[in-house]
Write a protein that binds this ligand. Structure first.
Ligand code: UFG
Length: 341
C-alpha cells in the first residue's frame, strides 16, 4: 500500500512541484494550504500533469482544530512542511507576521503530529541559516550564524525546535537547506506565482522580458567576484522537488533521528551569468542597469551538496539553461498581465 504524505503549503512554488514528484513516485498526497500565496487552480494543474487528484484541505496550519480533525480523519505516514512566509524584505518590515506564521505554524503542526503519533517530517529550510559567510562551497557542518533577517531567524528557530523534538520526543526529522530555487515544471503547468513586484532575480528577469517591468536593476557590480556581481547556487525547482521524495524515503527508514542536507547544484553563478543564460534561452535582449548594492545581500554563496548526493542518492539533472528555459516558458503561460503592483 502506498504511504500517505501530508504536504503543508502544497500549492505553493516548491510545494506544488514536490506534490507532482510524490504522486509520480507512488506516494498518496494530502495537501493543506491557506491559499495566501497560491490558488486552488494549482491543484487542477498538478492533476493535469500527474493524472491524479489532489486531496486538498484549505486552511491555515495555525488552526489547531482543523489540523486535529484532519489527522483524526486521515492516515498520515509523514509530513513535508513548506507552509511559511518567505519574503526576506517583508520579514524586516513585519517581523511578528513571520514569527507567528513560520514558528507558530510549525509548532502547532508538530504538536498535532505528536498527538497523533506521526513523527516523520521533512522541513523546508534555507541556506540563509549560514548567514553572511564567504566560505563556499559550504557544507552542513558550517555553523549556523546570526540571522540576517527575521525570516532567517524563523528558519534557525524552526530547525532548532525540530532538533529538540528529534532528541527528546521521538521525532524523525530532516532539514533541507535550499540554495536558490528557480525555473518551473517543463510542462509549464506550474511555476512560481510571485505576488506584486518580485524580490527574487529570476521572476524579475522573466517579468522584465515579458514587458511587465521596464528593466532589471543588478544590485551592485563592485563585489569581490570575477565579474563583480553576487554569486548564488541556482537550482531547478524540479531537482529540488525530487530531493524531497528522496528525503522522505530516507526519513521513513533512517536509523538516526535527525539529519540536515544542503540542496544546491554545487555551482556558483553570478547575476550577469544568469542574465546571459536567460537571454540565450529566451532569444531576447534583457534591458538592465547596474544599481547600488541591496542591503543584506551576501557576496557569494554556493553549496557543497555532496552529502545529499551520497546519502540520499540524489543528483541534479537540470542546468542553468534548463532553469531559464522553463522559467521563460512559464512566464509565457502567465502572460504579460501578471503585474499586481
Ligand atoms: N538580484 C538583482 N536584482 C534583482 C533581484 C535580485 O541583482 O532585482 C540579485 C541579488 O542581489 C542576488 C541575486 O540576484 O545577488 C539573487 O537574489 P534573490 O533575491 O533571487 O535571492 P537571494 O539569494 O537574495 O535570496 C535567496 C532566497 C531567500 C533566502 C536567501 C538565502 O530567496 O529566501 O536566498 O541566502 F533567504
Amino acid at each position: 500500500m502506498n504511504k500517505t504524505i501530508l504536504v503543508t503549503g502544497g500549492l505553493g512554488y516548491i510545494g506544488s512541484h514536490t506534490v507532482v514528484e510524490l504522486q509520480e513516485n507512488a506516494y498518496d498526497v494530502i495537501v493543506i494550504d491557506d491559499l495566501s500565496n497560491s490558488s486552488k487552480e494549482v491543484a487542477e494543474r498538478i492533476t493535469a500533469i500527474t493524472k491524479k487528484p489532489v486531496k486538498l484541505y484549505i486552511s491555515d496550519i495555525k488552526h489547531q482544530h482543523t489540523l486535529e480533525a484532519m489527522f483524526e480523519h486521515e492516515s498520515i505516514d509523514g509530513v513535508i512542511h513548506f507552509a511559511a512566509h518567505k519574503a526576506v524584505g517583508e520579514s524586516v518590515q513585519e517581523p511578528f507576521k513571520y514569527y507567528a506564521n513560520n514558528i507558530g505554524g510549525m509548532t502547532t503542526l508538530l504538536k498535532v503530529m505528536h498527538q497523533h503519533n506521526v513523527n516523520t517530517i521533512v522541513f523546508s529550510s534555507s541556506c540563509t541559516v549560514y548567514g553572511d559567510t564567504n566560505r563556499s562551497p559550504i557544507n552542513e557542518t558550517h555553523p549556523v550564524a546570526e540571522a540576517i533577517s527575521p525570516y532567517g531567524t524563523t528558519k534557525i528557530i524552526c530547525e532548532q525546535i525540530l532538533k529538540d523534538l528529534c532528541k527528546h520526543s521521538g521525532f524523525r526529522g530532516i532539514v533541507l537547506r535550499y540554495f536558490n530555487p528557480v525555473g518551473a515544471h517543463p510542462s509549464a503547468q506550474i511555476g512560481e506565482l510571485p505576488l506584486g513586484v518580485p524580490n527574487n532575480l529570476v521572476p524579475y528577469i522573466t517579468q522584465t522580458a515579458a514587458g511587465i517591468r521596464e528593466k532589471l536593476t543588478v544590485f551592485g557590480n563592485d563585489y569581490n567576484t570575477p565579474d563583480g556581481t553576487n554569486i548564488r547556487d541556482y537550482i531547478h525547482v524540479v531537482d529540488l522537488a525530487k530531493a524531497h521524495v528522496k528525503a522522505m524515503n530516507y526519513a521513513l527508514t533512517m536509523n538516526q533521528s535527525y539529519d540536515v542536507f544542503n540542496l544546491g547544484t554545487g555551482n556558483g553563478r553570478s547575476v550577469l551569468e544568469v542574465i546571459k543564460a536567460f537571454e540565450k534561452a529566451s532569444g531576447t535582449d534583457l534591458p538592465y542597469i547596474i544599481g547600488d548594492r541591496r542591503v543584506g545581500d551576501v557576496e557569494q554563496i554556493w553549496a557543497d551538496a555532496s552529502k545529499a548526493e551520497n546519502k540520499l542518492k540524489w543528483h541534479c539533472q537540470y542546468g542553468l539553461d534548463d532553469m531559464m528555459k522553463t522559467a521563460w516558458k512559464w512566464q509565457l503561460v502567465l502572460g504579460s498581465g501578471s503585474k499586481s503592483s
